[in-house]
Design a protein around this ligand. Structure first.
Ligand code: ZN
Length: 278
């Protein structure tokens, strides 16, 4: 795979520089897109950012990421909802392909995973009403089950597709779909069937890549560079393409080790590794 087929998630560069500089770097290395985090946008004039991205020839493969939905109080839930609505508006200005939903796990003090899942379904339903009205697709990103307690009680592609079917039965990826991140889903024995299903239902909005290192020394910040680990990236990519996803592959690597490097070196490594891994 070549850089123009990929997008750079700004977390890969460790959020060390202003977005303006990151956009320039990503474009100069020939990548096809960028996926900013909401924190990158703080203090920026959004229309200036959108113009710079467009003028640089980059697409926006996604805006990361939602506030968690299950909440300890009505007040928290209301604040999270308002922040998500604001972020959906930001995603629209940026011309993002989707707004990434990392739905959240158990609220502090709770052990009720069923209640959390039910809050997620209700919360996405409310967001969807707004996102549909402004034309911004929502992408549910299932996370690896090791994060079920604190980051996402939606852990498989199958579950994410079930939520799409419940909330948006007649819809497609223009309204609600899934973000497929290899780090979270590679282990799932039903993955291949569910990629095919996601394709048939036209729900694939994003494809995130990195690798799973053995051993993994930290389950949040030790993701591998593509080709460094055990994920069968080539097969997963082939199946996602066959399922009809023609968008960018977003390089999203949280890695303390990588963040020690200069951003130029990180981007060069990304460009080299995608050629080797795919
Ligand atoms: Zn991801």
């Amino acid at each position: 795979m070549l850089p123009h087929e990929c997008s750079i998630n700004t977390a890969t560069l460790g959020h060390k520089e202003p977005l303006k500089i990151v956009i320039d770097r990503v474009a100069r290395h020939g990548f096809g897109g960028i996926a900013p985090w909401r924190r990158d946008l703080d203090g920026c004039d959004l229309s200036v950012v959108a113009k710079q991205i467009k003028d640089s020839g980059l697409e926006v493969s996604g805006l990361c990421r939602s506030e968690y939905i299950p909440s300890i109080s009505e007040e928290h839930a209301k604040r999270a909802f308002e922040q998500n609505i604001r972020a959906i508006d930001q995603a629209c200005v940026l011309g993002s392909a989707c707004y990434i939903l990392v739905v959240g796990g158990l609220p502090t003090g709770s052990k009720d995973l069923f209640a959390a899942r039910s809050a997620v379904i209700d919360g996405i339903e409310r967001l969807l009403e707004y996102s549909k009205s402004v034309g911004m697709p929502l992408a549910i990103e299932p996370l690896h089950p090791m994060y079920a307690a604190d980051r996402s009680c939606v852990t498989t592609v199958g579950e994410a597709l079930d939520i799409c079917a419940i909330l948006d039965p007649d819809g497609k990826k223009e309204t609600l779909g899934v973000a497929l991140d290899v780090y979270h889903i590679w282990w799932d024995w039903q993955l291949h069937a569910n990629i095919e299903k996601a394709g048939k239902e036209d729900r694939i909005l994003a494809f995130h890549i990195c690798d799973w290192r053995v051993p993994t020394r930290d389950f949040l910040t030790d993701r591998g560079m593509m080709g460094e680990g055990v994920i069968d990236l080539e097969t997963i990519r082939r199946e996602i393409k066959k399922a009809g996803y023609l968008g960018l592959a977003e390089i999203e690597i949280f890695s303390e080790e990588l963040w020690k490097e200069d951003p130029e070196v990180i981007l060069q490594k990304c460009a080299n590794q995608i050629k080797i891994a795919f």
